[in-house]
Design a protein around this ligand. Structure first.
Ligand code: F0G
Length: 482
Protein backbone atom coordinates (compact mmCIF):
# COMPACT_ATOMS: atom_id res chain seq x y z
CA UNK A 1 0.00 0.00 0.00
CA UNK A 2 1.64 3.22 -1.14
CA UNK A 3 1.02 5.47 1.83
CA UNK A 4 4.38 7.16 2.10
CA UNK A 5 5.18 8.51 5.55
CA UNK A 6 6.39 12.11 5.92
CA UNK A 7 8.58 13.60 8.62
CA UNK A 8 7.07 17.12 8.87
CA UNK A 9 4.07 16.98 6.59
CA UNK A 10 0.62 15.45 6.73
CA UNK A 11 0.31 12.45 4.41
CA UNK A 12 -0.57 13.37 0.83
CA UNK A 13 -1.30 11.11 -2.12
CA UNK A 14 1.92 10.17 -3.83
CA UNK A 15 2.61 9.53 -7.51
CA UNK A 16 4.17 6.05 -7.68
CA UNK A 17 5.60 6.72 -11.15
CA UNK A 18 7.76 9.32 -12.85
CA UNK A 19 7.01 11.38 -15.94
CA UNK A 20 8.86 10.37 -19.09
CA UNK A 21 6.80 11.99 -21.87
CA UNK A 22 4.84 15.21 -21.47
CA UNK A 23 2.24 17.18 -23.36
CA UNK A 24 2.51 20.96 -23.06
CA UNK A 25 -0.57 22.69 -21.68
CA UNK A 26 -1.81 26.24 -22.31
CA UNK A 27 -4.10 28.38 -20.21
CA UNK A 28 -6.18 30.63 -22.44
CA UNK A 29 -7.19 33.95 -20.86
CA UNK A 30 -10.71 33.86 -19.38
CA UNK A 31 -12.23 36.21 -21.98
CA UNK A 32 -11.13 33.83 -24.75
CA UNK A 33 -12.48 30.88 -22.79
CA UNK A 34 -15.93 32.46 -22.68
CA UNK A 35 -15.82 32.86 -26.47
CA UNK A 36 -14.81 29.19 -26.84
CA UNK A 37 -17.63 28.14 -24.51
CA UNK A 38 -20.19 30.10 -26.55
CA UNK A 39 -18.92 28.46 -29.73
CA UNK A 40 -19.17 25.05 -28.03
CA UNK A 41 -22.85 25.65 -27.23
CA UNK A 42 -22.13 25.51 -23.49
CA UNK A 43 -21.41 21.82 -23.91
CA UNK A 44 -17.92 20.80 -22.77
CA UNK A 45 -17.94 17.84 -25.21
CA UNK A 46 -17.84 20.41 -28.02
CA UNK A 47 -14.64 22.15 -26.85
CA UNK A 48 -11.35 21.66 -28.66
CA UNK A 49 -8.71 20.03 -26.49
CA UNK A 50 -6.15 22.74 -27.32
CA UNK A 51 -8.39 25.30 -25.60
CA UNK A 52 -8.41 23.35 -22.34
CA UNK A 53 -5.96 23.61 -19.46
CA UNK A 54 -7.06 20.64 -17.34
CA UNK A 55 -9.07 18.04 -19.22
CA UNK A 56 -11.12 16.26 -16.58
CA UNK A 57 -13.95 15.28 -18.92
CA UNK A 58 -13.34 11.58 -18.56
CA UNK A 59 -10.89 8.82 -17.76
CA UNK A 60 -11.82 7.06 -20.99
CA UNK A 61 -8.94 6.51 -23.41
CA UNK A 62 -6.90 9.32 -21.84
CA UNK A 63 -4.99 7.47 -19.14
CA UNK A 64 -1.21 7.64 -19.26
CA UNK A 65 0.54 4.55 -20.56
CA UNK A 66 3.50 3.00 -18.82
CA UNK A 67 6.87 2.31 -20.42
CA UNK A 68 6.01 -1.38 -20.48
CA UNK A 69 2.71 -0.72 -22.26
CA UNK A 70 4.47 1.37 -24.92
CA UNK A 71 7.19 -1.23 -25.32
CA UNK A 72 4.62 -3.99 -25.76
CA UNK A 73 3.06 -2.10 -28.67
CA UNK A 74 6.15 -2.81 -30.75
CA UNK A 75 5.49 -6.53 -30.80
CA UNK A 76 1.92 -6.20 -32.06
CA UNK A 77 1.15 -8.94 -34.56
CA UNK A 78 -0.78 -7.48 -37.49
CA UNK A 79 -3.03 -10.04 -39.11
CA UNK A 80 -6.64 -9.83 -40.20
CA UNK A 81 -7.25 -13.30 -38.78
CA UNK A 82 -5.37 -15.25 -36.14
CA UNK A 83 -3.21 -12.44 -34.72
CA UNK A 84 -0.90 -13.72 -32.00
CA UNK A 85 -1.70 -10.50 -30.13
CA UNK A 86 -5.30 -11.66 -29.78
CA UNK A 87 -4.28 -15.00 -28.27
CA UNK A 88 -1.99 -13.21 -25.82
CA UNK A 89 -4.89 -10.96 -24.83
CA UNK A 90 -7.25 -13.89 -24.46
CA UNK A 91 -4.71 -15.80 -22.34
CA UNK A 92 -4.07 -12.82 -20.07
CA UNK A 93 -7.78 -12.26 -19.48
CA UNK A 94 -8.40 -15.96 -18.88
CA UNK A 95 -5.53 -15.94 -16.42
CA UNK A 96 -7.01 -13.00 -14.50
CA UNK A 97 -10.74 -13.72 -14.70
CA UNK A 98 -10.85 -17.48 -15.19
CA UNK A 99 -13.14 -17.19 -18.21
CA UNK A 100 -12.06 -18.89 -21.35
CA UNK A 101 -13.82 -17.13 -24.21
CA UNK A 102 -13.19 -13.58 -25.42
CA UNK A 103 -15.20 -11.55 -27.90
CA UNK A 104 -13.14 -8.45 -28.81
CA UNK A 105 -14.88 -5.13 -29.49
CA UNK A 106 -13.77 -1.60 -30.33
CA UNK A 107 -14.96 -0.17 -26.98
CA UNK A 108 -17.34 -0.68 -24.06
CA UNK A 109 -20.56 0.45 -25.69
CA UNK A 110 -19.91 -1.97 -28.53
CA UNK A 111 -20.01 -4.79 -25.94
CA UNK A 112 -23.32 -3.37 -24.75
CA UNK A 113 -24.64 -3.38 -28.29
CA UNK A 114 -23.64 -7.02 -28.85
CA UNK A 115 -25.09 -8.14 -25.52
CA UNK A 116 -28.33 -6.25 -26.03
CA UNK A 117 -28.69 -7.54 -29.60
CA UNK A 118 -28.23 -11.06 -28.39
CA UNK A 119 -30.28 -11.06 -25.20
CA UNK A 120 -32.86 -8.26 -25.18
CA UNK A 121 -36.35 -8.73 -26.66
CA UNK A 122 -39.17 -6.14 -26.60
CA UNK A 123 -40.72 -5.95 -23.15
CA UNK A 124 -37.72 -7.47 -21.36
CA UNK A 125 -36.54 -6.07 -18.08
CA UNK A 126 -32.84 -5.72 -17.23
CA UNK A 127 -31.93 -5.42 -13.57
CA UNK A 128 -29.04 -3.10 -12.71
CA UNK A 129 -27.63 -1.47 -9.62
CA UNK A 130 -27.53 1.68 -11.73
CA UNK A 131 -27.65 2.39 -15.43
CA UNK A 132 -24.92 3.86 -17.56
CA UNK A 133 -25.97 6.08 -20.49
CA UNK A 134 -24.93 3.76 -23.32
CA UNK A 135 -25.86 0.52 -21.54
CA UNK A 136 -29.41 1.78 -21.13
CA UNK A 137 -29.66 3.29 -24.61
CA UNK A 138 -28.95 -0.09 -26.28
CA UNK A 139 -31.56 -1.84 -24.15
CA UNK A 140 -34.32 0.72 -24.67
CA UNK A 141 -33.53 0.89 -28.40
CA UNK A 142 -34.55 -2.78 -28.56
CA UNK A 143 -37.76 -2.29 -26.59
CA UNK A 144 -36.41 -3.40 -23.20
CA UNK A 145 -36.46 -1.42 -20.00
CA UNK A 146 -34.07 -1.02 -17.09
CA UNK A 147 -34.84 -1.40 -13.39
CA UNK A 148 -32.30 0.43 -11.24
CA UNK A 149 -32.23 -1.24 -7.86
CA UNK A 150 -29.37 0.52 -6.11
CA UNK A 151 -29.99 0.80 -2.37
CA UNK A 152 -31.73 4.06 -1.47
CA UNK A 153 -28.64 5.16 0.47
CA UNK A 154 -26.65 5.17 -2.79
CA UNK A 155 -28.48 8.31 -3.85
CA UNK A 156 -27.77 10.24 -0.67
CA UNK A 157 -25.04 12.67 -1.67
CA UNK A 158 -23.17 13.07 1.62
CA UNK A 159 -22.54 9.90 3.52
CA UNK A 160 -19.89 7.83 5.18
CA UNK A 161 -21.12 4.51 3.80
CA UNK A 162 -18.28 2.65 2.10
CA UNK A 163 -20.32 0.90 -0.65
CA UNK A 164 -22.97 3.21 -2.05
CA UNK A 165 -23.10 1.26 -5.32
CA UNK A 166 -24.63 -1.79 -3.59
CA UNK A 167 -27.80 -3.23 -5.09
CA UNK A 168 -30.85 -3.72 -2.86
CA UNK A 169 -31.45 -7.45 -2.40
CA UNK A 170 -35.12 -7.03 -1.43
CA UNK A 171 -35.73 -4.93 -4.50
CA UNK A 172 -34.22 -7.71 -6.67
CA UNK A 173 -36.63 -10.28 -5.20
CA UNK A 174 -39.59 -7.95 -5.67
CA UNK A 175 -38.59 -7.08 -9.22
CA UNK A 176 -38.30 -10.76 -10.16
CA UNK A 177 -41.70 -11.41 -8.63
CA UNK A 178 -43.26 -8.52 -10.53
CA UNK A 179 -41.60 -9.07 -13.92
CA UNK A 180 -41.25 -12.86 -13.84
CA UNK A 181 -37.81 -14.44 -14.16
CA UNK A 182 -38.51 -15.39 -17.79
CA UNK A 183 -38.76 -11.74 -18.70
CA UNK A 184 -35.36 -10.89 -17.23
CA UNK A 185 -32.55 -12.14 -19.48
CA UNK A 186 -29.80 -10.82 -17.24
CA UNK A 187 -28.80 -8.70 -14.31
CA UNK A 188 -26.03 -6.17 -15.00
CA UNK A 189 -23.93 -5.10 -12.04
CA UNK A 190 -21.74 -2.08 -12.71
CA UNK A 191 -18.56 -1.99 -10.67
CA UNK A 192 -17.91 1.62 -9.65
CA UNK A 193 -21.31 3.08 -10.62
CA UNK A 194 -20.45 5.82 -13.08
CA UNK A 195 -23.49 8.07 -12.80
CA UNK A 196 -23.78 8.20 -9.02
CA UNK A 197 -20.26 9.25 -8.20
CA UNK A 198 -18.12 6.21 -8.96
CA UNK A 199 -19.37 4.50 -5.83
CA UNK A 200 -18.28 0.87 -5.39
CA UNK A 201 -20.11 -2.38 -4.59
CA UNK A 202 -18.86 -4.72 -1.91
CA UNK A 203 -17.89 -8.27 -2.75
CA UNK A 204 -20.46 -9.47 -0.26
CA UNK A 205 -23.23 -7.56 -2.04
CA UNK A 206 -22.22 -8.90 -5.45
CA UNK A 207 -22.20 -12.41 -4.04
CA UNK A 208 -25.61 -12.13 -2.40
CA UNK A 209 -27.20 -10.47 -5.45
CA UNK A 210 -25.87 -13.00 -7.95
CA UNK A 211 -27.05 -15.86 -5.73
CA UNK A 212 -30.63 -14.58 -5.92
CA UNK A 213 -30.64 -14.17 -9.69
CA UNK A 214 -28.91 -17.49 -10.26
CA UNK A 215 -31.57 -19.24 -8.20
CA UNK A 216 -34.12 -17.87 -10.68
CA UNK A 217 -32.10 -18.85 -13.75
CA UNK A 218 -31.18 -15.24 -14.59
CA UNK A 219 -27.71 -14.63 -16.05
CA UNK A 220 -25.22 -12.44 -14.21
CA UNK A 221 -23.23 -9.81 -16.11
CA UNK A 222 -20.51 -7.59 -14.71
CA UNK A 223 -19.63 -4.28 -16.32
CA UNK A 224 -15.97 -4.21 -15.29
CA UNK A 225 -15.06 -0.91 -16.97
CA UNK A 226 -14.42 0.71 -13.57
CA UNK A 227 -13.40 -2.49 -11.80
CA UNK A 228 -9.90 -1.32 -10.92
CA UNK A 229 -11.25 1.39 -8.58
CA UNK A 230 -13.78 -1.02 -7.14
CA UNK A 231 -10.99 -3.50 -6.40
CA UNK A 232 -9.11 -0.83 -4.47
CA UNK A 233 -12.22 -0.04 -2.42
CA UNK A 234 -12.95 -3.68 -1.65
CA UNK A 235 -9.42 -4.17 -0.41
CA UNK A 236 -9.35 -0.98 1.67
CA UNK A 237 -12.98 -0.78 2.87
CA UNK A 238 -14.25 -4.38 3.17
CA UNK A 239 -12.87 -5.84 6.38
CA UNK A 240 -13.09 -9.48 5.34
CA UNK A 241 -11.12 -8.81 2.13
CA UNK A 242 -8.22 -6.75 3.42
CA UNK A 243 -5.73 -9.62 3.49
CA UNK A 244 -6.53 -10.85 0.00
CA UNK A 245 -4.44 -9.81 -2.97
CA UNK A 246 -6.02 -7.80 -5.79
CA UNK A 247 -5.63 -10.84 -8.01
CA UNK A 248 -7.48 -13.04 -5.53
CA UNK A 249 -10.29 -10.51 -5.12
CA UNK A 250 -10.62 -10.18 -8.89
CA UNK A 251 -10.98 -13.92 -9.30
CA UNK A 252 -13.49 -14.18 -6.46
CA UNK A 253 -15.61 -11.51 -8.14
CA UNK A 254 -15.27 -13.06 -11.60
CA UNK A 255 -16.43 -16.42 -10.29
CA UNK A 256 -19.83 -14.89 -9.53
CA UNK A 257 -20.57 -13.96 -13.13
CA UNK A 258 -21.48 -15.65 -16.42
CA UNK A 259 -20.28 -12.75 -18.55
CA UNK A 260 -17.87 -9.89 -17.87
CA UNK A 261 -17.48 -7.00 -20.27
CA UNK A 262 -15.33 -3.92 -20.12
CA UNK A 263 -14.27 -0.76 -21.82
CA UNK A 264 -10.49 -1.06 -22.17
CA UNK A 265 -10.44 2.72 -22.49
CA UNK A 266 -10.75 2.47 -18.71
CA UNK A 267 -9.89 -1.05 -17.56
CA UNK A 268 -6.50 -1.72 -19.14
CA UNK A 269 -5.55 1.98 -19.71
CA UNK A 270 -5.67 1.66 -23.50
CA UNK A 271 -8.42 1.81 -26.13
CA UNK A 272 -10.74 -1.08 -26.91
CA UNK A 273 -13.11 -3.47 -25.22
CA UNK A 274 -14.11 -7.06 -24.76
CA UNK A 275 -16.71 -9.53 -23.57
CA UNK A 276 -15.59 -12.55 -21.58
CA UNK A 277 -17.91 -15.52 -21.64
CA UNK A 278 -17.77 -18.54 -19.38
CA UNK A 279 -19.73 -21.06 -21.46
CA UNK A 280 -18.59 -22.23 -24.87
CA UNK A 281 -22.09 -22.49 -26.33
CA UNK A 282 -23.01 -18.97 -25.25
CA UNK A 283 -19.81 -17.69 -26.84
CA UNK A 284 -20.66 -19.38 -30.14
CA UNK A 285 -24.19 -18.02 -29.98
CA UNK A 286 -22.84 -14.47 -29.90
CA UNK A 287 -19.72 -14.67 -32.02
CA UNK A 288 -21.41 -13.95 -35.37
CA UNK A 289 -22.23 -10.47 -34.13
CA UNK A 290 -18.54 -9.53 -33.82
CA UNK A 291 -17.59 -9.70 -37.53
CA UNK A 292 -20.92 -8.05 -38.31
CA UNK A 293 -20.49 -4.98 -36.10
CA UNK A 294 -16.87 -4.83 -34.96
CA UNK A 295 -14.28 -6.57 -37.10
CA UNK A 296 -12.90 -10.05 -37.41
CA UNK A 297 -12.95 -12.21 -34.27
CA UNK A 298 -9.26 -11.74 -33.52
CA UNK A 299 -9.24 -7.93 -33.40
CA UNK A 300 -12.85 -6.76 -33.05
CA UNK A 301 -12.19 -3.27 -34.38
CA UNK A 302 -9.18 -2.64 -32.15
CA UNK A 303 -5.67 -1.75 -33.22
CA UNK A 304 -3.38 -4.66 -32.33
CA UNK A 305 -0.97 -2.11 -30.83
CA UNK A 306 -3.64 -1.04 -28.38
CA UNK A 307 -4.36 -4.70 -27.64
CA UNK A 308 -0.71 -5.29 -26.73
CA UNK A 309 -0.73 -2.19 -24.52
CA UNK A 310 -3.87 -3.30 -22.71
CA UNK A 311 -2.46 -6.77 -22.02
CA UNK A 312 0.22 -4.96 -19.99
CA UNK A 313 -2.47 -2.64 -18.61
CA UNK A 314 -4.54 -5.58 -17.32
CA UNK A 315 -1.50 -6.85 -15.48
CA UNK A 316 -0.78 -3.39 -14.03
CA UNK A 317 -4.40 -3.23 -12.84
CA UNK A 318 -3.57 -6.11 -10.51
CA UNK A 319 -0.94 -3.92 -8.78
CA UNK A 320 -2.16 -2.06 -5.71
CA UNK A 321 0.45 0.71 -6.23
CA UNK A 322 -1.03 1.40 -9.66
CA UNK A 323 -4.72 1.25 -8.83
CA UNK A 324 -4.42 3.26 -5.61
CA UNK A 325 -3.42 6.49 -7.23
CA UNK A 326 -6.77 7.41 -8.81
CA UNK A 327 -8.91 6.86 -5.69
CA UNK A 328 -6.32 8.56 -3.45
CA UNK A 329 -6.14 11.71 -5.59
CA UNK A 330 -9.93 11.75 -5.81
CA UNK A 331 -10.30 11.40 -2.04
CA UNK A 332 -7.79 14.21 -1.51
CA UNK A 333 -9.74 16.51 -3.83
CA UNK A 334 -13.06 15.56 -2.21
CA UNK A 335 -11.67 16.08 1.32
CA UNK A 336 -10.26 19.53 0.55
CA UNK A 337 -13.47 20.75 -1.07
CA UNK A 338 -15.68 19.14 1.54
CA UNK A 339 -13.68 20.84 4.31
CA UNK A 340 -14.24 24.19 2.57
CA UNK A 341 -17.98 23.51 2.56
CA UNK A 342 -18.46 22.61 -1.11
CA UNK A 343 -21.15 19.92 -1.31
CA UNK A 344 -19.39 16.87 -2.72
CA UNK A 345 -20.38 13.26 -3.19
CA UNK A 346 -18.89 11.57 -0.16
CA UNK A 347 -17.10 9.37 0.44
CA UNK A 348 -14.90 9.88 -2.60
CA UNK A 349 -15.39 7.13 -5.15
CA UNK A 350 -13.54 6.08 -8.28
CA UNK A 351 -13.32 7.73 -11.67
CA UNK A 352 -13.46 11.32 -10.42
CA UNK A 353 -14.47 13.82 -7.78
CA UNK A 354 -18.14 14.74 -8.02
CA UNK A 355 -19.53 18.13 -7.04
CA UNK A 356 -23.19 18.07 -6.01
CA UNK A 357 -24.59 20.73 -8.32
CA UNK A 358 -28.11 20.36 -6.92
CA UNK A 359 -26.80 21.94 -3.72
CA UNK A 360 -24.17 24.29 -5.15
CA UNK A 361 -26.52 25.91 -7.66
CA UNK A 362 -29.83 24.86 -6.09
CA UNK A 363 -31.34 28.11 -7.37
CA UNK A 364 -31.25 26.73 -10.94
CA UNK A 365 -34.28 24.52 -11.73
CA UNK A 366 -33.46 21.01 -12.95
CA UNK A 367 -35.11 21.86 -16.28
CA UNK A 368 -32.33 24.44 -16.77
CA UNK A 369 -29.58 21.88 -16.18
CA UNK A 370 -27.80 23.03 -13.01
CA UNK A 371 -24.95 20.53 -13.42
CA UNK A 372 -24.48 21.55 -17.04
CA UNK A 373 -24.37 25.21 -16.05
CA UNK A 374 -21.82 24.57 -13.28
CA UNK A 375 -19.69 22.56 -15.70
CA UNK A 376 -19.71 25.38 -18.26
CA UNK A 377 -18.90 27.89 -15.50
CA UNK A 378 -15.83 25.94 -14.38
CA UNK A 379 -14.40 25.99 -17.88
CA UNK A 380 -14.87 29.76 -18.07
CA UNK A 381 -13.40 30.16 -14.57
CA UNK A 382 -10.26 28.07 -14.79
CA UNK A 383 -10.04 26.32 -18.17
CA UNK A 384 -11.04 23.07 -16.48
CA UNK A 385 -13.20 20.72 -18.51
CA UNK A 386 -15.51 18.56 -16.40
CA UNK A 387 -18.58 16.61 -17.46
CA UNK A 388 -22.24 17.09 -16.65
CA UNK A 389 -23.82 14.02 -15.09
CA UNK A 390 -27.40 14.98 -14.42
CA UNK A 391 -30.64 15.80 -16.24
CA UNK A 392 -28.80 16.83 -19.41
CA UNK A 393 -27.38 13.28 -19.57
CA UNK A 394 -30.91 11.80 -19.39
CA UNK A 395 -33.31 11.37 -22.28
CA UNK A 396 -36.77 12.91 -22.33
CA UNK A 397 -39.84 10.84 -21.43
CA UNK A 398 -41.90 9.61 -24.40
CA UNK A 399 -44.37 12.52 -23.81
CA UNK A 400 -41.54 15.05 -24.23
CA UNK A 401 -41.29 16.02 -20.57
CA UNK A 402 -37.89 16.09 -18.89
CA UNK A 403 -36.76 12.98 -17.04
CA UNK A 404 -35.21 14.65 -14.01
CA UNK A 405 -32.02 12.91 -12.90
CA UNK A 406 -31.81 11.62 -9.34
CA UNK A 407 -28.46 13.39 -9.01
CA UNK A 408 -27.08 16.59 -10.54
CA UNK A 409 -23.32 16.19 -10.66
CA UNK A 410 -20.31 18.00 -12.03
CA UNK A 411 -17.81 15.21 -12.56
CA UNK A 412 -14.10 15.99 -12.41
CA UNK A 413 -12.51 12.86 -13.77
CA UNK A 414 -8.97 11.89 -12.80
CA UNK A 415 -7.44 10.06 -15.74
CA UNK A 416 -4.92 7.61 -14.30
CA UNK A 417 -1.32 8.78 -13.84
CA UNK A 418 -1.98 12.02 -15.74
CA UNK A 419 -2.26 14.92 -13.29
CA UNK A 420 0.08 15.94 -10.51
CA UNK A 421 -0.85 17.12 -7.05
CA UNK A 422 -0.17 20.78 -7.89
CA UNK A 423 -2.58 20.56 -10.81
CA UNK A 424 -5.08 18.98 -8.44
CA UNK A 425 -4.55 21.91 -6.05
CA UNK A 426 -5.31 24.33 -8.89
CA UNK A 427 -8.62 22.58 -9.58
CA UNK A 428 -9.52 22.61 -5.89
CA UNK A 429 -8.74 26.32 -5.73
CA UNK A 430 -10.87 27.24 -8.76
CA UNK A 431 -13.82 25.15 -7.52
CA UNK A 432 -13.60 26.99 -4.19
CA UNK A 433 -13.71 30.33 -5.99
CA UNK A 434 -16.66 29.22 -8.07
CA UNK A 435 -18.45 28.01 -4.97
CA UNK A 436 -18.04 31.42 -3.36
CA UNK A 437 -19.52 33.04 -6.49
CA UNK A 438 -22.18 30.43 -7.14
CA UNK A 439 -25.07 32.89 -7.07
CA UNK A 440 -23.70 34.38 -10.31
CA UNK A 441 -24.32 31.13 -12.20
CA UNK A 442 -27.61 30.78 -14.10
CA UNK A 443 -29.37 28.12 -16.17
CA UNK A 444 -29.06 26.83 -19.73
CA UNK A 445 -31.54 25.92 -22.46
CA UNK A 446 -31.18 23.91 -25.65
CA UNK A 447 -30.79 25.56 -29.02
CA UNK A 448 -30.25 22.17 -30.67
CA UNK A 449 -31.47 19.05 -28.90
CA UNK A 450 -30.73 15.59 -30.33
CA UNK A 451 -33.17 12.79 -29.45
CA UNK A 452 -30.70 10.28 -28.04
CA UNK A 453 -27.57 10.80 -25.96
CA UNK A 454 -28.18 14.55 -26.28
CA UNK A 455 -25.35 15.42 -23.90
CA UNK A 456 -22.77 14.49 -26.54
CA UNK A 457 -23.83 16.77 -29.36
CA UNK A 458 -26.52 19.07 -27.99
CA UNK A 459 -25.99 22.84 -28.14
CA UNK A 460 -27.22 25.24 -25.47
CA UNK A 461 -27.31 28.90 -24.52
CA UNK A 462 -27.51 30.68 -21.16
CA UNK A 463 -30.96 31.84 -20.05
CA UNK A 464 -29.53 35.29 -19.23
CA UNK A 465 -26.22 37.19 -19.45
CA UNK A 466 -24.89 35.33 -16.38
CA UNK A 467 -21.67 34.11 -18.11
CA UNK A 468 -20.57 37.73 -18.77
CA UNK A 469 -21.19 38.72 -15.16
CA UNK A 470 -19.35 35.67 -13.89
CA UNK A 471 -16.43 36.46 -16.20
CA UNK A 472 -16.15 40.03 -14.91
CA UNK A 473 -16.06 38.79 -11.31
CA UNK A 474 -13.38 36.25 -12.25
CA UNK A 475 -11.21 38.83 -14.01
CA UNK A 476 -11.58 41.23 -11.07
CA UNK A 477 -10.10 38.44 -8.89
CA UNK A 478 -7.41 36.92 -11.10
CA UNK A 479 -6.68 39.49 -13.81
CA UNK A 480 -7.06 39.46 -17.60
CA UNK A 481 -4.40 36.85 -18.37
CA UNK A 482 -5.69 33.96 -16.21
N1 F0G B 1 -19.65 1.13 -18.80
C1 F0G B 1 -19.19 2.05 -17.95
C2 F0G B 1 -19.32 1.83 -16.49
C3 F0G B 1 -18.58 3.20 -18.45
O1 F0G B 1 -18.11 4.11 -17.58
C4 F0G B 1 -18.45 3.39 -19.85
C5 F0G B 1 -17.87 4.59 -20.39
C6 F0G B 1 -18.95 2.39 -20.69
C7 F0G B 1 -19.53 1.28 -20.14
C8 F0G B 1 -18.85 2.52 -22.17
O2 F0G B 1 -17.55 2.33 -22.57
O3 F0G B 1 -16.86 4.53 -23.57
O4 F0G B 1 -15.61 2.43 -24.10
O5 F0G B 1 -17.86 2.80 -25.00
N2 F0G B 1 -17.72 5.67 -19.76
C9 F0G B 1 -17.07 6.87 -20.28
C10 F0G B 1 -17.13 7.99 -19.29
C11 F0G B 1 -17.55 7.29 -21.62
O6 F0G B 1 -16.62 9.07 -19.62
O7 F0G B 1 -17.61 7.83 -18.19
P1 F0G B 1 -16.93 3.06 -23.88
Amino acid sequence: MPVIKFYKHDPIPMEMHKVKIVQQLHLLPARERLEKMKKAGYNTFQLHNGDIFMDMLTDSGVNAMSDNMQAAMLRADDAYAGSETFYRMNDKLTDIFGMKYLLPTHQGRACENILAEHFVKPGNCIIMNYHFTTSKAHITRLGGHVEELVKDEGLIAQSTLPFKGNIDLDKIEKCIEKEGADNIPYMRLEAGTNLIGGQPLSYENMKAATEITRKHGILNLLDASLLQDNLYFIKTREESMKDKSIREITRMIADLFDIIYFSARKFGFARGGGILVREEQMFHDMEDLIPMYEGYLTYGGMSVKEMEAMIEGFEESMDMDVISQGPQFIQYCVDQLDAYGVPMITPGGGLGAHVDASQVVGHIPQEEYPAGALTAALYICGGIRGMERGTLSEERNPDGSERLASMELLRLAFPRRVFTLSQTEYVIDRVKWLYDHRELIGGLRFTHEPKTLRFFTGLLEPVSDWPEKLLEAYIAEFGEDQ
